[in-house]
Design a protein around this ligand. Structure first.
Ligand code: GLU
Length: 511
């Protein structure tokens, strides 16, 4: 059996939507499972919609999530060039060939003339019903057509759609889908400026790049009817790829397609990376800058419309490759469940190696001006990873591992502190400042002995010790924190705390 060749073919018209990343992922999984090729093709023939920076964004996204193309723009490959704007001449040649084969024709109608028709006739379409009355190579004498072409008169090439045909597609997800050719328009294939439309370029490239399977979003299903006619027109039906149209991604609330505006509306990322557009409305946050691990994003996206059955939810990329199958992709839309994305991120952070987490935390710590060693960052990772959802939480929620406590939880302080504790905490500070060897286990034993020697209970002292170190009742185990902070800092925090509590917890004494 030949190995599959699949392509991810985004148009660089802005930030790549997270749904596009899912399309890339499913293509990648399908190819890798069968030892095939995953190709990145940039479909940039629509100059009006071209956005600078969008191609770079696509490539950076694929690299970030680890879906590395075997061939494509920015990658090698024997079927290039892989950017459609670099293939212009190829499409012109094939468009003319289709005319020669009697499956396409030249149309000389000016945009203005068509505008007049559209204004006069509601639902005007260029098709088998109207083309006989329009200015094209089907209605003009051959000599005149040649004359107009020789004179360089602007014209387009349109697909000749014959009515009365049933066009059948065996979609790998949807089963048989039938379109009636009588309902289709004569799509423009080559524009007056010599650029191909999406339909022509897409089919010519899928053919020349020997694509075996087209896996793409559901919104392209209607276009497939024209695509089948193109394959037939060129005589390529025997090597026509198989189609699989992926379900829509729905809004978090479950109804309607997830749109780029939903990010701002629901306060969640719907793009992989941050995108700085020309205006604030066109600028978006992404999963990466929100603090997702790429592995979590991949796992989340994989299950957005696909599940192999069974209970397993955590899948590494390799496990996804092994488990993936088109049969288990659902037909119905998949709700963009952001809570689930957060859950995946928590799970992946918890399971990550502390050293790896340290490399993710380093830039975040540096941005805040924290100067710490890799070893310390790995320690912080270990202390905090059960308590965070996003990577920035390490330096935000866990800020007290990098700088002094900013605020003490007032409620906890008032509940636990009384002036009688001042001398106890002074003695405790002395103990901490001189205790050897300064490690968590030994210190814990010593402090517990100290507490009972004072005739107190652990519950009288330990919550306050926690407040002294972190300011909050939540957070890592007290003595692990103390060990990470080190002897001097731990003692210093106790001193500061005693001074603060003495001044600020008066109400506890009076009340
Ligand atoms: N350029 C199209 C897009 O932006 C590709 C559709 C397809 O995969 O055929 O989604």
């Amino acid at each position: 059996m030949t190995k599959p060749r699949v392509r991810f073919a985004p148009s660089p018209t802005g930030a790549l939507h997270i749904g596009g990343v899912r399309t890339a992922l499913y293509n990648y999984l399908f190819a890798k499972q069968q030892g095939g090729a995953f190709i990145l093709r940039i479909e940039d023939t629509d100059q009006n919609r071209y956005v600078p920076g969008a191609e770079k964004y696509i490539i950076e996204t694929l690299r970030w999530v680890g879906l590395i193309p075997d061939e494509g723009v920015d990658f090698d490959g024997a079927y290039g060039p892989y950017r459609q704007s670099d293939r212009k001449e190829i499409y012109q040649k094939y468009a003319r060939e289709l005319v020669t084969r009697g499956r396409a024709y030249y149309a000389f109608d000016t945009p203005e003339a068509l505008e007049v028709r559209r204004a006069a006739e509601e639902n005007f379409t260029y098709n088998h019903l109207t083309r006989g009355g329009l200015t094209n190579s089907l209605t003009l004498p051959a000599a005149e057509v040649q004359h107009r072409l020789d004179a360089g008169e602007p014209c387009v090439i349109r697909l000749l759609v014959e009515p009365g045909q049933a066009i059948r597609i065996n979609d790998l997800i949807r089963g048989e889908v039938v379109f009636q050719s009588s309902e289709l328009d004569d799509k423009v294939l080559l524009k007056a400026d010599g650029m191909p439309t999406y339909h022509l370029a897409n089919i010519v490239d899928d053919h020349l790049m020997a694509i075996t399977h087209v896996i793409r979003g559901e919104e392209w299903l209607p276009s497939t009817a024209h695509h089948v006619l193109l394959y037939e027109g060129f005589g390529w039906q025997d090597t026509m790829p198989q189609f699989a149209h992926l379900p829509l991604i729905l809004k978090p609330v479950g109804n309607g397609k997830l749109s780029k505006r939903d990010g701002a509306k629901f306060g969640i990322p719907v793009f992989p990376l941050e995108w700085k557009g020309a205006t604030p409305e066109d600028s978006f946050s992404g999963f990466r800058d929100t603090g997702f691990l790429p592995e979590a994003v991949i796992n989340f996206l994989a299950l957005l419309g696909w599940h192999p059955g069974g209970e397993q939810e955590i899948f590494s990329l390799n496990e996804l490759i092994a488990a993936f199958s088109i049969e288990h992709i659902s037909k119905g839309g998949a709700r963009f469940d952001y809570e689930k994305a957060r859950w995946f991120n928590q799970k992946y952070i918890q399971a990550a190696d502390n050293g790896v987490l340290a490399t993710h935390i380093r830039p975040l710590a540096e941005a805040k001006g924290y100067r710490v060693s890799d070893a310390y960052l790995a320690q912080v990772a270990g202390l905090m990873k059960e308590r965070v959802t996003f990577l920035p939480d390490f330096v935000e929620v866990g800020y007290y591992l990098f700088e002094s406590v900013r605020v003490y939880d007032a409620e906890a302080l008032h509940k636990k502190w009384n002036t009688g504790l001042s001398p106890v905490f002074e003695d405790l500070t002395d103990l901490v400042a001189t205790f050897e060897p300064f490690n968590g286990v030994a210190l814990e034993e010593a402090v517990k002995n100290f507490i009972s020697a004072k005739g107190l209970k652990p519950g009288d002292v330990l919550p306050l010790l926690r407040l002294a170190l972190a300011g909050t009742m939540k957070g890592p185990a007290i003595f692990d924190m103390a060990e990470a902070l080190g002897q001097d800092e731990t003692a210093e925090r106790l001193r500061r705390f005693v001074a603060y509590a003495g001044k600020n917890a008066e109400s506890a004494v009076n009340g």
